[in-house]
Design a protein around this ligand. Structure first.
Ligand SMILES: [Zn+2]
Length: 151
């Protein structure tokens, strides 16, 4: 793992390892320090799903970037791997955890998609909180219902 500029850092998960998901969630808080608790909570759920999908179904190292745009408060996550398989969404409860995870991503993101040709691909998601400024990203009590793992 290495860090880049303050507004755009990189988290790398090496292939063949147990993905360090708790460290990944802590990292999102470090690189997105101005987010309110509920916005950060949504970002952490989405980045966990995208990173897990890429690690389990992709190839090579998984490279994750997170960047924030101030007005309106919005976070762009980008998860790259070297595999050829594109994500497949499924109906909740009908398919694999892979498909259910992407339903969660779709529900929490304003937009998401896949870009890239050939072997590598980048899955991206943009998560809004609706605040007019990142400096005023709402700080509300940390939701607890959907995240059983400590960050
Ligand atoms: Zn926000």
């Amino acid at each position: 793992m290495s860090t880049g500029p303050d507004d755009r850092a990189v988290f790398v998960i090496e292939p063949g390892t147990v993905p360090p998901l708790s460290a990944l969630r802590r990292w999102t808080g470090r690189v997105l320090p101005l987010l309110g608790a509920d916005h950060l909570w949504a970002v952490r759920l989405v980045v966990t799903e995208l990173a897990t999908n890429a690690h389990e179904h992709g190839a090579g190292p998984v490279t994750i970037t997170a960047s924030a745009d101030p007005v309106p408060c919005s976070v762009l996550l980008e998860v790259h791997d070297d595999g050829p398989e594109r994500p497949v969404t499924g109906e909740p409860g009908a398919g694999t955890p892979h498909g259910r995870g992407l339903v969660l991503v779709r529900g929490l993101s304003r937009a998401w998609g896949v870009r890239g040709t050939g072997l590598g691909k980048t899955v991206w998601a943009r998560i809004d909180c609706g605040s007019a400024s990142i400096g005023r990203c709402p700080v509300r009590p940390e939701p607890i219902a959907m995240d059983p793992e400590p960050c």
